[in-house]
Design a protein around this ligand. Sequence first.
Ligand code: NAD
Length: 349
Amino acid sequence: MKILVTGSSGLIGSQAVKYFGQQGHEIIGVDNNLRKFFFGEVGDTSWNLAALKKLPIKFTHYDTDIRDRAKVNELIKISKPDAVIHCAAQPSHDLAAKIPFEDFDTNAGGTLNLLEATRQHCKESPFVFLSTNKVYGDAPNELELIETDTRWDYRSEKFKHGIDETMRIDQTKHSLFGASKTAADVFTQEYGLYFNMPTVCFRGGCLTGPAHSSAELHGFLSYLIKCAVIGKSYTIFGYKGKQVRDQIHSYDVVTAIEQFIKNPKCGKVYNMGGGKENSISVLECINMLSKKYGHNLNYSVSAENRIGDHICYYSDLRKFKTDYPTWGLSYNLDKIFDEIVEAQLQLNS
Ligand SMILES: NC(=O)c1ccc[n+]([C@@H]2O[C@H](COP(=O)([O-])OP(=O)(O)OC[C@H]3O[C@@H](n4cnc5c(N)ncnc54)[C@H](O)[C@@H]3O)[C@@H](O)[C@H]2O)c1
């Protein structure tokens, strides 16, 4: 297959390039390192690109900006990929409020450019969009919670597996990032349902792994581990540090993408994260770093939470597992931590 990957130098994109490239597929990567513009030097993804270029795989990289409609159209017209994996994004909800046009133009406009070019030139090719749990805005915060010493959790049995895809996406505070991703999510569904194209939205929880160019405003777990390893102080914003996230390694995201590409359906939506088994609060992450690795994070807890931030979120994975029963997580929290700690030690040695 010929597979077009946008955001190919980022966390998920680079894992997709590596994974499918090593299977012998021809990969077209699209990434203009806009993450460096978003987050400064720490967001630079060129090291990932350099590593991908050294691999013995069929990989061609284009420095194309997905906001450039004509160039996106031309690239897809000429290459006619057998699958599109769209990972390029402005990924931070806090940053979006400072750069609303850049955020919208990349997240919503860029996605539409890719969808329409795919419809024009390779309509039958599976189109995978990396969406986000921020499409649900802060609606999950309306659920009744219980508080333990280290975390928040859902009180109702109904949510014991986490948040499923029936959570509403309307009339909830998304952040501008959540709003632009929701636009892209709905457009991706619409191209599937209206034009019968094989499209999917994976609504991600916390996607993580050693290939994240983590910054304070994006890449939570990798950034927290980096701070612990290099001795940088860390601020927890609100919720007493008991806010819960589900962690999924980029490898497991890519194997889910593979399942969809092998057996695509039209206009599907799946929550995709580490689920309950890989859910962990900020305080629990800090404890684990200290107990297991001896890295004591110097942190403070600010009373103010980030606007619209989830208090407790973990993905209910049952819909995806029902449709694709051979898929499962191969990385538990221990393995995820081991890899990121090791990567941060190497990067900062
Ligand atoms: N990482 C997470 O925790 C998380 C959670 C939920 C959803 N997601 C979604 O998953 C996708 C991948 O996330 P990630 O963590 O790999 O992000 P990332 O920032 O590591 O990678 C995205 C890449 O896209 C590139 N890019 C950004 N704008 C571009 C543009 N206009 N043109 C070309 N390239 C551009 C960046 O330079 C970067 O290398 C994104 O859509 C993100 O919204 C991520």
